[in-house]
Design a protein around this ligand. Structure first.
Ligand SMILES: [Zn+2]
Length: 637
């Protein structure tokens, strides 16, 4: 997989003339060299539905007079830049206008409107699929060898006339949301299979990527149709800066190569004339490397075909660094102490563990828990006997578990099907308070802290000690009675156990991660951290002096460990755009990394500067003198 990719959009209205008129090979090559780009998408068909090459199965763009795709492919081949061919699969506006009966519909009687500018999604369960397959066959035949990037492909809950008919044929209920989704999955898998068959018939070596922009959590079959995963996550395009670490931490459990896709835009796709500060792209691409991913940066080519040199200087600021760092990143595998077990992307747990510098993977229930020291079962995970057995096996191997809310309890309120902890009731009092037993690790000491989410009443056996109390309020705020502007205060007479811990198991009675995702209160993070520190006394990495926004990862690559340190703060600009512009360096970051033996050398990379270190108690210790955005420390064992 190439590490320095550009996803070059080229969705060009048929109303624009002289398309590709300013395309010039040497200039295009100069832009790619300036950007340190090693892979770039080139367009066969865009969302507007036109082809950028002569075609018998589609219409060439009315403003185009030559084979732009062929010229771009040749240009890239000449300088060894890979060029996957982009085909818009799910959007083809030219077709959508002619065949509104082939569009995805949320209900059979939904009126499709064309009175607003924008694209319309086409259903793969209609005759459109055959046309799309012919277009794909034409491209792989004419331009072989190529790689394909098929866009806008996902499972759709569709109730178009074709889908309603095939659901009825299969005995599915078109009014049942689950049946509609199940049918949508089948339509999607049929589409991926038919694409594969089409490609195999003419050019079986062709790699095909279907871009949905997301990996549905826990749907292993969905990910199985792709050769690699592209994790679309434009931090300023609505995804935020926490999203990519979370999806990357899950994707690495799917055993495929993956890349992080961001954009050069100030906000998101389709934005002409929007630019990030280079520090933002430097941070975002470094974050991809630190999380075991390759990089992809989104850009959009002007209809003239002329690359924007400001964009390629901006991309080059990041990719020149990636190029130098790549040798320390290729083939590296993440070292993770903790598995966060979830049924969907666990936003709150992801934030707490990142901010507290723990090494973790996000796992689904099909993952193996071997090798993790601690499994966190977050909030509302669905419990079943099979999961209970896996977790009991994990404990028997010496692993630890931290559970929150109702996670891990069976229908009878028994924890992992045992009597160590029993849930007796959902707490009717909400919100209520949490009072830690010791002030250790709590910035504001021992007091009653507000807890906004559901809590549970429980009994734990004698092996547990209380880490925090649950203190009820005098009453819930209702029309009958209320107190002050917001919360009814704590009633000291309503104190019971709220968080407990034994040698192997920690339990927090609130849906604390949900609370953190919603409110982000400091004490929530501090309670989780206090529990994790007891359950995981010897983490693989300890970093001091790195602020909450700092990120630490540890990767194993052949006979060495690569410690990544990152720091950049974000600022909200405009109404809600979280940007990175100026970055403050961090001086004197003290790091301890657990290793099996004393290292031979510790080196700052890619600078190649040797670093003083000591080795004691199974940990190598060093101080990174200055961290600016991203620093790798290579530990040769
Ligand atoms: Zn449909």
């Amino acid at each position: 997989m190439r590490y320095r990719q550009v996803h070059l959009d080229f969705h060009t209205s048929p109303a624009i003339k002289n398309v590709g008129g300013a395309f010039e090979k040497t200039e295009f090559q100069r832009a790619l060299a300036e950007g340190h780009v090693d892979s770039i998408t080139v367009f066969s068909k865009c969302h507007h539905g036109y082809s950028y090459h002569p075609t018998r199965e589609n219409e060439m763009h009315p403003g185009l007079a030559f084979d732009l795709l062929g010229a771009q492919l040749e240009t890239c081949r000449q300088i060894g830049v890979r060029a996957p061919v982009y085909i818009s699969a799910g959007l083809d506006e030219k077709y959508a206008v002619k065949h509104p009966e082939h569009l995805v519909r949320s209900s059979p009687d939904q009126t499709i409107r064309f009175d607003q500018p924008g694209y319309h999604l086409i259903c793969f369960n209609t005759p459109y699929l055959d046309l799309l397959l012919r277009q794909i066959r034409e491209v792989v035949t004419v331009y072989r060898p190529v790689e394909l990037f098929l866009d806008i492909c996902d499972i759709r809950s569709c109730r178009c006339p074709y889908c309603v008919a095939s659901m009825k044929e299969k005995g599915y209920d078109p009014d049942d949301q689950n049946d509609v989704y199940r049918h949508g999955r089948e339509v999607y898998f049929n589409y991926t299979q038919r694409v594969r068959e089409t490609v195999d018939a003419v050019a079986p070596e062709t790699a095909v990527f279907h871009n949905a922009g997301r990996i549905p959590f826990g749907d292993r079959e969905f990910a199985s149709y792709d050769t690699h995963l592209e994790l679309e996550s434009l931090p300023t395009g609505g995804w935020g800066y926490d999203h990519f670490p979370m999806t990357a931490s899950y994707s690495r459990c799917l055993n495929k190569e993956y890349l992080g896709m961001t954009g050069k835009f100030h906000t998101t796709w389709g934005e002409f004339g929007g630019f990030k500060h280079p520090n933002a792209l430097r941070y975002e691409t470094s974050l991809s490397l630190a999380l075991g991913a390759g990089c992809s940066i989104g850009d959009q080519l002007h209809p003239s075909g002329k690359p924007d040199m400001s964009t390629y200087r901006l991309i080059g600021a990041a990719y020149a660094e990636v190029e130098a760092k790549e040798p320390f990143c290729r083939g590296a595998k993440a070292v993770s102490d903790i598995a966060v077990l979830a049924d969907d992307y666990p936003t709150g747990a992801n934030r707490i563990l990142l901010e507290k510098k723990y090494l973790f993977d996000v796992v689904d229930r099909y993952c193996d828990f071997d090798g993790y020291k601690l499994v966190i079962i977050s909030d509302g995970i669905r419990y079943d006997g099979e999961l209970g057995k896996k977790l009991r096996d994990h404990l028997a191997r010496g692993g630890r578990i931290l559970a929150t809310g109702s996670a891990g309890f069976d229908g009878d309120g028994r924890f992992l099907g045992t009597d160590v902890i029993r849930l007796t009731a959902e707490d009717e009092n909400k919100p209520n308070y949490m009072r830690p037993v010791t002030g250790d690790g709590f910035t504001n000491g021992i007091t009653d802290y507000h807890m906004s989410t559901q809590s549970y009443v429980f009994e734990a056996d004698g092996s547990f000690s209380t880490a925090a109390f649950c203190v009820g309020s005098y009453f819930n705020r209702t029309a009958e009675h209320f107190c002050s502007h917001r919360h009814t205060p704590a009633d000291p007479d309503k104190t019971r156990s709220g968080a407990v811990i034994s040698g192997k198991i920690g339990y927090i009675c609130w849906r604390i991660f949900e609370d953190y995702a919603s409110l982000g209160s400091l004490h929530l993070k501090e309670l989780v951290d206090a529990m994790v520190r007891k359950l995981l006394p010897q983490p693989a990495v300890k970093a001091e002096g790195l602020p909450d926004r700092g990120i630490v990862t540890l990767m194993r690559q052949n006979g060495r460990l690569v410690n990544h340190l990152l720091f950049a703060h974000t600022t909200v600009r405009g109404r809600n755009v979280e940007v990175i512009e100026d970055v403050v360096p961090v001086f004197g970051v003290d790091v301890r990394v657990k290793t099996e033996r004393a290292p031979a050398a510790v080196t700052l990379q890619p600078q190649g500067t040797p670093l003083d270190f000591s080795y004691d108690g199974g940990y190598v210790s060093y101080t990174v003198p200055r961290l600016f955005i991203h620093q790798m420390v290579v530990i040769d064992l």
